[in-house]
Design a protein around this ligand. Structure first.
Ligand code: ZN
Length: 440
């Protein structure tokens, strides 16, 4: 075996049988740690009547309840100690790093890290970067300021852990960044795909060709979904290999492409990934079939993350990879299943309301769906804006028909409120019509 190819040859090429035994042992340990240190998990598992002793096989893991971002927000909101609340898995004085998720859906999740958990993070990143071919001879240029988001901090510190020379370029403008990459003879970089294209455009204006005038041979793109076409085009413009990894603030970085570029290897000795059916999120799907990703992080005791539903749609690939790693791979994430979520314990897709209103209610010009929570009660409301031609006298009839149709289609009871003409924003992206205010 060419051990040079692996950050840890033993763990990355372990026979699957042993790997799965290791995962089972680590899952039980992680679950026990979560119960002992987080009132949120303790309560959740007590209610479900499941203990670490009940988990005798990896199949048994599915008896453990799922959690998601909205649960995490509730476990932090107004809970001690702020802002980490009931998810803090260590004494507060051990926390040495504060960050939060990028909060595309409102309130962020606050993420505490200790020196030890930060090492866990960096270690998982080292597997990712090493697999992409980053080595101690690389000069890595970081064209971003880091702020409170973890991604680029980890990129920086993990590349240093590998022995790379890291050049932070956050304070420069794009031209300055390109000139610096030339000056330090950078061999690698990390950026969002959008910014990768922007740099290529600016370089062109400067009379430079990134593929010829720079020495960058590999880049890690992150922060946005990237299609195979986008990747290819970036590779062409930069004359570099483009790699991806997957991670969230809650779960750490748990999969990354290797130099074979056939998919992303799941770091299975550090994480348990389940890909479950889209309808009930309870049964594993077959390789190649689309499902929803659920992740458990074995390390990072400062923020236990057990069976975290990512709501990301992905497919698993069990074909052996020529690189020699024995872990399963996932193909690129095919987008978020945001639009399938749990309301009052029932799986719900806001698209079903779109369909009802679009096909059966020409009287409604625009609408918004709002989910709120007070205590354990979830309230669901459709705000509907009637077309100008609709008379007020018919509102109550439309309202009762709509409530009935929604109930029939989704099994959920919604309230309907009429709002005045042109009071709702016009949305270009359908999904924005759904306001999930439950974690606020
Ligand atoms: Zn591979």
């Amino acid at each position: 075996m060419d051990t040079e190819k692996f950050w840890n040859p033993v763990l990355e090429t372990m026979p699957r049988e042993n790997l799965e035994k290791l995962q089972l042992k680590k899952f039980k340990r992680t679950m026990k740690y979560a119960i002992d240190h987080s009132p949120f998990y303790q309560r959740k598992y007590e209610e479900a009547g499941v203990t670490p002793e009940d988990i005798k096989t990896l199949e048994d893991v599915r008896r453990v309840p799922l959690v998601d971002k909205s649960d995490f927000k509730l476990a932090q909101k107004d809970k001690d100690p702020p802002p980490f609340g009931e998810l803090l898995g260590v004494p507060l004085e051990e926390v040495m790093s504060f960050s939060h998720t990028s909060g595309t859906t409102g309130t962020p999740v606050y993420l505490p890290d200790t020196a030890e958990s930060f090492e866990d993070w960096k270690e998982s990143w080292c597997y990712c970067l090493y697999g992409m071919g980053f080595r101690n001879t690389d000069i890595v240029f970081m064209p971003f300021p880091y702020n409170v988001y973890l991604g680029f901090w980890l990129g920086h510190l993990s590349a240093q852990k590998l022995g790379c020379t890291v050049v932070p370029g956050g304070g420069l403008d794009t031209r300055g960044r390109i000139r610096t990459m030339q000056e330090v003879e950078a061999t690698a970089t990390m950026c969002t795909p959008t910014y990768g294209f922007h740099m290529a455009k600016v370089a062109h204006e400067m009379g430079l060709d990134l593929a010829k005038d720079l020495k960058v041979s590999k880049m890690l793109v992150m922060g946005e979904p990237v299609s195979p076409e986008t990747k290819q085009e970036l590779e062409r413009q930069w004359g570099a290999d483009v790699y991806e990894h997957i991670g969230t603030g809650e779960s750490c970085a748990w999969a990354a492409s290797c130099t074979e570029k056939r998919g992303m290897h799941v770091l299975e000795h550090l994480f348990l990934l389940e890909v479950l059916d889209r309808e009930t999120v309870s049964k594993p799907v077959a390789p190649g079939e689309e499902g929803i990703g659920v992740i458990t992080t074995f390390g990072r005791r400062s923020f236990p993350c057990v069976r975290f539903n990512l709501w990301d749609i992905m497919t698993i690939n069990e074909e052996p990879c020529p690189c020699g790693r024995t872990s399963k791979m996932i193909d690129s994430v095919q987008g978020r299943a945001d639009m399938v979520l749990k309301l009052r314990g029932v799986l719900f897709s806001p698209a079903s309301i779109e369909e009802i209103i679009g096909t059966k209610f020409p009287e409604i010009a625009e609408y918004e769906i709002v989910a709120t929570r007070s205590g354990t009660r979830e309230d669901l409301l459709v705000k509907a804006e009637p077309s100008p031609s609709v008379s007020e006298s018919s509102h109550s009839d439309i309202k009762s028909r709509l409530i009935e149709e929604i109930k029939f289609k989704t099994n959920l009871s919604f309230d309907v409120e009429f709002v005045s003409t042109n009071s709702l924003p016009r949305y270009e992206i359908k999904s924005r019509r759904f306001k999930d205010l439950r974690g606020k």
